[in-house]
Design a protein around this ligand. Structure first.
Ligand code: GDP
Length: 446
């Protein structure tokens, strides 16, 4: 899967990543090709549109980090957005604290449901040392029951005996009871499949769900069927509530559209993927690894990540030096505000200065000064100042205050408050740096 998409995106970014400067036109051109590549891969149109819009917004607003090219940075943005589109973090199959965990598998006939049930059983048995029981609830198709029995024998997992005439919900209950009595950790319920979704099937699965109260309802979807797989997933989700997806035939030459749209359209994560016909061909679905595979540019991505870290460290080092010399101007304050915004809290400041952690009370004061919403306004006021004013705030008297207030849409009182905050921050920084020096002299660890 993803081969042709990978090839196409590869061509787009190969051309871009080495470039020293990127105009908006370059970015637009690249994004046009990304859009086409995704559509050709059969990704749902609204998902493609959102993807391209997000990448454009991030690419345009990005400050270019020293030591990487703008092209490389765009690759990183696409990689990150692709990871998000695939679901972000890997989503685990959740087991209940009290065994047995009932897991129900649903899906259309031929999607790979019975095979995936056996694969999952083997996965839990081999990788997590779990004791697994399987049950076939497809009372209409004896062939499906036989198939599960054969697979069970092959992998050494017990399959619940079927009793003639027993309805699916009764089998589900019996499976759970048996699992509890016999000390199984997990009970996998392979529900009935049909060629198409109909009310009868949905009603049956709802009944089974209510009887079994599964911790997970996993939809098995065939990636080869592209957008049909996504539509099916959506319908199952509406009908019975799905908690995760097992995407099968990822080893085939599917174009990738199902994998790429599934999360965005259904809101449910792909948890596992089937990578072959054999019973051990099942793997956890890791969005970031898949994004790396699609882009094939892991080296560029880690290069940009490292460069971003270096820049942050350099900024911190510069600030440290300035504070030690007793300088902390309004530009520094603005930078701190931005850092706070980016890192979402006080940890940023704590990290900036050794010894900061000892100033608990002042930290609390500062925290109340920089409530999330006011940060942008503070930055706007600082931006309305001249360079001289930012370097030497003491020159800001009444008329300058009025100009700054007007320029940023704030009041003179707001400007006064900002200046006071700056003074407090300055004092605090000085004290922190003194304490850290004292600590260093006394041989204390930072
Ligand atoms: P069900 O009707 O949904 O229970 O589907 P089955 O489990 O019987 O699977 C249908 C066919 O798909 C079988 O021949 C499986 O071997 C095959 N199959 C299932 N999962 C995969 C997969 O991940 N990769 C490949 N290549 N084949 C698979």
């Amino acid at each position: 899967m993803f081969d042709s998409l990978q090839e196409r995106l590869g061509t787009v970014f190969e051309g871009l990543k080495g470039r020293g400067a990127l105009s908006e036109k370059d970015v637009d051109q690249a994004l046009r090709e990304v859009r086409l590549a995704l559509l050709e891969a059969d990704v749902a149109l609204p998902v493609v549109k959102q993807f391209v819009a997000d990448v454009r917004e991030r690419a345009v607003g990005q400050e270019v980090t020293k030591s990487v090219t703008p092209g490389q940075q765009v690759v990183k943005i696409v990689h990150d957005r692709l990871t998000e589109m695939l679901g972000g973090e890997h989503a685990e199959i959740e087991l209940t604290t009290e065994p047995p965990t009932p897991i129900m598998l649903v899906g259309l006939q031929g999607s790979g449901k019975t095979t995936s049930t056996a694969k999952l059983a083997k996965y839990f048995q081999d990788k997590q040392r779990k004791k697994v029981l399987m049950a076939s609830l497809d009372v209409r198709r004896p062939a499906a029951q036989d198939q599960l029995r054969t697979l069970g024998a092959q992998i050494g997992v017990t399959v619940l005996e079927n009793v003639q005439g027993e309805p699916p919900k009764a089998i589900a209950k019996r499976a759970k009871r048996e699992a509890t009595l016999q000390g199984y950790d997990i009970v996998l319920l392979d529900t009935a499949g049909r060629l198409a979704i109909d009310d009868e099937l949905m009603n049956e699965i709802v009944e089974v769900r209510d009887a079994a109260e599964p911790a997970e309802t996993l939809l098995v979807a065939d990636s080869m069927t592209g957008q049909d797989a996504v539509t099916t997933a959506q319908k199952f989700h509406e009908g019975v509530g799905v908690t995760g997806i097992v995407l099968t035939r990822v080893d085939g030459d599917a174009r990738g559209g199902a994998a790429l749209s599934m999360r965005a359209v259904t809101g449910q994560p792909i948890k596992m993927m089937g990578t072959g016909e054999k019973v051990d061909a099942l793997e956890p679905f890791h969005p970031e690894r898949i994004a790396n595979r699609i882009l094939g540019m892991g080296d560029v991505v880690s290069l940009v990540e490292k460069a971003q870290e270096t820049v942050e460290e350099e900024q911190a080092e510069k600030l440290r030096k300035k504070v030690q010399k007793g300088k902390f101007d309004l530009d520094d304050l603005a930078q701190q505000y931005r850092q706070l915004q980016k890192m979402g809290g006080m940890q940023a400041l704590m990290k900036m200065l050794p010894g900061m952690g000892q100033l608990g009370k002042q930290m609390k004061n500062l925290e109340s000064m920089v409530d999330e919403k006011s940060v942008n306004r503070q930055i706007a006021m600082i931006q309305s100042m001249t360079e001289q004013e930012r370097k030497r705030p003491e020159i800001i008297k009444a008329s300058r205050k009025r100009r700054i207030a007007a320029g940023s849409g704030m009041t003179v009182q707001d400007v006064n408050k900002l200046l006071k905050q700056h003074q407090e921050a300055q004092k605090m920084m000085k004290r922190a740096s003194k304490q850290s020096k004292k600590g260093a002299k006394g041989g204390m660890p930072d």
